[in-house]
Write a protein that binds this ligand. Structure first.
Ligand SMILES: *[C@@H]1O[C@H](CO)[C@@H](O)[C@H](O)[C@H]1NC(C)=O
Ligand SMILES: *[C@@H]1O[C@H](CO)[C@@H](O)[C@H](O)[C@H]1NC(C)=O
Length: 321
């Protein structure tokens, strides 16, 4: 009975199951997660230092730091930006090659570019940079936070952060965007248009668009009012290219976006998320979060940690299992 009451209490305190465990090197920021085809080994990529790599044989760890993807920096020349300050990697596998989309940007400006690098193994030092993918600059969007997906056999790159939020452009091939105007997928007209870090995946007949909503950092002395910090939202569409709505049927171009995961327990401000189709576990949501201790200590970027949970589906929507 006591145990039952305890469980009930835990359930009432937190709306979500706890994050799954992580041991070893659990720091990450804007993670990308991929499983190597040949041996099932996990590679985790993060913002900064030429895109840092950590590897593990299990999602639980132990995770080991394994160098940088582009230690010499990107080929992209953005005046005044350190070439190793590479953000928001997005990694996928296609026909024997791993592709990494990445960002060079001046924080808080639209002075940004999305680039791409390739590797056959994902190991540090094995990545070849190909530079920009060629998305045209436009005052409506910021060319950061890339995420690749195929829809009906055609490749697309989703991207965007603030301004008019999340956009999609068709790709001519993995290294080059098509000569087309990107289309808007999601937009929140309130306040500073706080949507970014989108990630799209398919399950059954639906394409799910996840994005991080809210304030991404400054989780210290000036941390956001409760609920204004990062959280993971979701929308869905059958076409994957338009018509995204949330669980209430609100259009995601009109400030829609249902909550998939928000701050709970030891997990503050989850975001920078993605979904891995794990060879054994099925769909896994992964993200970075901030620890309450890091928040108290004003730990800056060092306070981010790697979180993950298995995803289930109920009534056509994902939930944290
Ligand atoms: C660029 O950033 C790296 C860390 O990613 C640092 O080691 C290096 O000194 C920086 N270079 C310049 C010119 O600031
Ligand atoms: C839209 O922005 C407002 C203001 O930041 C926020 O309260 C709301 O939760 C946002 N909606 C979504 C779906 O992100």
């Amino acid at each position: 009975m006591m145990f039952f009451l305890f469980c009930l209490l835990v359930a009432l305190v937190s709306a979500y199951p706890n994050r799954e465990p992580c041991t070893g090197d659990c720091w990450t920021h804007d993670p990308a997660l991929a499983q190597r085809q040949s041996d099932g080994k996990y590679f985790r990529f993060a913002t900064g230092d030429g895109v840092t790599i950590a590897t593990a044989d299990s999602l639980r760890g132990p995770w080991t730091a394994a160098g940088s993807a582009l230690a010499q920096g990107s080929d992209i020349n953005l005046n005044g930006v350190n070439k190793t300050d590479i953000w928001a990697p997005d990694v996928h596998y296609e026909n024997g090659v791993y592709y990494m989309y990445y960002v060079i940007s001046k924080l808080g400006t639209q002075d940004s570019e999305i680039g791409v690098a390739t590797s056959q193994t994902m190991e540090a030092g094995s990545w070849n940079d190909h530079g920009v993918v060629g998305i045209p600059a436009n005052g409506e969007y910021n060319r950061i936070d890339p995420n690749w997906i195929t829809i009906g056999g055609k490749p697309y790159l989703n991207f965007g952060s603030y301004w008019n939020d999340i956009f999609q452009i068709e790709m001519q091939g993995p290294l080059q965007a098509a000569a087309q105007a990107p289309r808007n997928l999601a937009f929140n007209g309130s306040l500073n248009h706080r949507e970014e870090g989108s990630f799209m995946f398919q399950n059954g007949n639906w394409f799910y668009l996840l994005f991080s909503a809210g304030i991404a950092n400054a989780y210290t002395a000036t941390y956001p009012a409760p609920g204004e910090e990062y959280s993971i939202r979701m929308c869905r569409s059958e076409s994957g290219i338009s018509g995204f709505v949330d669980m209430q049927g609100r259009k995601c171009l009109e400030s829609g976006g249902s909550m998939l995961l928000s701050s709970h327990g030891e997990v503050y401000a989850p975001g920078g998320q993605g979904v891995l189709e794990d060879q054994h576990l099925g769909p896994v949501l992964y993200y970075h979060y901030y620890t309450p201790e890091a928040k108290k200590a004003a730990a800056g970027n060092s306070g981010y940690r790697f979180g993950w949970n298995e995803l289930g589906f109920r009534n056509g929507w994902p939930y944290i299992k």
